[in-house]
Design a protein around this ligand. Structure first.
Ligand code: ADP
Ligand code: ADP
Length: 228
């Protein structure tokens, strides 16, 4: 029961131009329902490219992206956007919250964009923020929150539309080690409770080892640790 399958994903930037870089060369992966997988790779190896392809933000040159059994590879822009909004939550190293809006509004907005009624969206945002310990901070703007709090808000925003899959690109990479650890613990606990599937890129091998499975991105393909 795979929520996400990547088959033979290849991606080259600047094809045929100076600076051509062949980032992915047939990367493949199966993400089962409720599975939490670590994606480990050195900087520049193509983690962001892979996550963007999995999240339908970029298209591969060859290969297939299958979401919940549906081949998303050939979809038109509108259908891709819809599928992404319904199925996928993103979180990045930097929070990318809207600075002029409160934490609560930042979690409400993607729900409003998806057509949810205001009261319902607000109730869900409050409940999500409460679950990450931010009940007392939801009316603060991002600049009034600590780095760990900002990432917790970004996590709530990623979950706002109840996705099936969380794609995380170094979600605690900007935080000091102690904060990173607590934020990470909280995030993964909620991922587990909700039965969400997650693909989490990290440099931190200790954090990676706590996930169900670790995949290394090396020379454009994904490999289990023993093969690297
Ligand atoms: P990572 O997330 O592992 O650091 P990226 O996926 O961001 O790696 O990038 C992989 C390689 O592709 C890098 O060499 C990067 O410079 C290159 N790259 C990424 N995006 C582009 C782009 N839009 N145009 C050209 N090169 C790119
Ligand atoms: P950290 O030590 O995690 O970096 P900070 O020192 O930035 O945290 O903030 C400590 C606490 O003070 C946090 O809970 C944060 O929400 C609150 N805080 C920080 N800046 C402001 C502000 N300008 N207005 C209101 N609360 C703030």
């Amino acid at each position: 029961n795979d929520v996400l399958r990547l088959e033979g994903i290849a991606k080259t930037y600047k094809q045929g131009e100076p600076g051509e870089v062949q980032v992915l060369k047939g990367a493949a992966l199966n993400l089962a329902e409720g599975e939490v997988v670590a994606l480990v790779a050195p900087s520049g190896a193509g983690k962001s490219t892979l996550l963007h392809i999995a999240g339908l933000l970029e298209t591969p040159d060859t290969g297939r992206v299958i979401l919940g059994g549906e081949d998303a590879t050939g979809l038109r822009d509108r259908a891709r956007t819809g599928l992404r909004r319904d199925r996928i939550g993103f979180i990045y190293q930097f929070h990318h919250l809207l600075p002029e809006f409160s934490a609560l509004e930042n979690v409400v907005l993607p729900q409003s964009a998806a057509g949810k009624a205001a009261a319902e969206a607000k109730a869900r945002a409050e409940s999500l923020l409460d679950s990450v310990g931010l009940a007392a901070r939801m009316h603060h703007r991002p600049a009034e929150l600590s780095g760990g709090e900002q990432q917790r808000v970004a996590f709530c925003r990623a979950l706002a539309n109840a996705p099936q899959i969380l794609l995380a690109d170094e979600p605690t990479g900007n935080l000091d080690p102690a904060t990173s650890d607590t934020v990470f613990e909280r995030m993964t606990a909620i991922v587990r409770e909700t039965g969400l599937s997650a693909l989490i890129a990290t440099h931190n091998l200790e954090l990676a080892s706590r996930m169900d499975r670790v995949l290394h991105l090396k020379d454009g393909v994904l490999l289990p640790p023993q093969a690297t």
